[in-house]
Design a protein around this ligand. Sequence first.
Ligand SMILES: O=C[C@H](O)COP(=O)(O)O
Length: 251
Amino acid sequence: MRTPIIAGNWKMNMNPEQTAEFVKAVKNDLPAASKVESVIAAPAVDLPALLEAAKGSELKVAAENCYFEDEGAFTGETSPKVLKEMGVDYVVIGHSERRDYFHETDEDINKKAHAIFKNGLLPIICCGESLETREAGKAEEWVEGQVTAALKDLSAEQVASSVIAYEPIWAIGTGKTASSDQAEEICAVVRKTVAKLYNETVADKVRIQYGGSVKPANVKELMSKENIDGGLVGGASLVPESYLALVNFNK
Ligand SMILES: O=C[C@H](O)COP(=O)(O)O
């Protein structure tokens, strides 16, 4: 039985003061983490405020990115080792915005996954095709390729505890959600890919999120699908009421 996981991905939209106010507004109405995991992924500059505000609550904390080395001369980067020391739980890697705007490669993402596990954190690994790739009928093979590359040389145990987020690029921030059937179809491809690379037990355990214009109005329908275990939510996670409606989708 996979525990649903709803993660807000704030992107570059909040400051520490807004972060503390947001958590104060939601912390008493979050579901028990054993029933639904509520996560917020925040910019590195907001993580101390987020961790402080989330203390003693059901909220889990994610970084939006990290580097694949623990320390050294890497100006501007975020150490996974320090994220762990701070109390962070998850790190989002491979988001399409990072792949597109910051030229992150499949190899970088795989190195980050290894660094995340080495430091006792868990990855939320993003994948997803562009509109062009979808229209060329290549969405499945594209996503299979991204997942295979991201998981390279990870152990079965590591993969079983990973979260993989399928986010079709054409549905991100566009208001254009993939239909629940389209989302399910590719999330099933992700699970099959894990089964092929590892085995059915690992595939059964890995949690798969859908992301791309998820909102309170469509979360229930998406979450009813067999291979969708959660959401990675941008815009709709920025408002406390909407975030609460998302994490309480089953009430
Ligand atoms: O990580 C979140 C996704 O990029 C989705 O963003 P969105 O919910 O604003 O479409």
